[in-house]
Ligand binder design. Sequence first.
Ligand code: ASP
Length: 321
Amino acid sequence: MTTRRQFLVGGGAALAALGSGKMSLAQQPKRRPLVISTWNHGLASNERAWEILSQKGKAIDAVEAGVQVAEGDPKVSSVGYGGWPDREGNVTLDSCIMDETGNAGSVAFLQNFKHPVAVARKVMDETPHVMLVGEGARRFALEKGFKEEDLLTADSRAEWKKWLKNAEYKPWTPTTNPTHDTISMLALDQAGDLSGSCTTSGLAFKMHGRVGDSPIIGAALFVDNEVGAACATGVGEEVMKTVGSFLIVELMRQGMSPTDACREGVNRIIRKNPKWREVQVGYLAMDRHGQVGAFAIHPDFQYAVHDGNENLLIDAEFYTG
Ligand code: ASP
């Protein structure tokens, strides 16, 4: 794995320029396959997705398998096993997946299953519905052979106990540990098809029953094979209120580059919410040619890009006024 800094030391101007948003649309190399995902844990997840993409596998299989790496990693405190709980100590999971035909599946408020994205895939493939929640999602998962297990690790229980001392709810501040870090992933396969996935334990210490953007098609994820795909991380309420990922794909349809479309998605939040300084949202987008872009409200957002040569962690551009 390579961090942005290691990469810059080692050369590789093309991807670095891409990450800084300084490369024009026409300059970006057209490549496929390609996979991108949110945050540092995207690097390991990209590696798994790449194993599938590099063998001419389908993007939908790559994005399902890729994010399961983050779901299964107890050190990732915002996704799946080891995710920080709600304020009552329950780990509740949201996830969705969308393929190149526009099919989608999603689960919300699911508890005790390590791989909600795999349940979302089953909803997509094996039911007439898009979304199952709570007890219905649980019964469906059991019917499909998924096993229940306790997802609250000793570390996340300790974080929750620490939080309970003050019980102060802050979805995001620039100075505290992030209480969000969903993994969202977009992939373009050898055949030129796009798919995406998203999976999270949601905002740490949220109210019991709170569902964020991550299982909402159009909010945290949208794929249109004719145009491109977009996905989100951060404070889901802001993403939902602006239907962020759908907006970004529609802006790309109108000719915007992935970076410009993500920037406009962020601007929309900033224009609507006077308290935007108190929230973080990061967007990622990929067009159907494999050109990628990202933009966030604040500077801490990083994303991972794997194009077969390198798996890089890149600092996203952010709002500067
Ligand atoms: N978007 C997620 C949510 O609001 C949080 C995250 O990005 O970790 O549930």
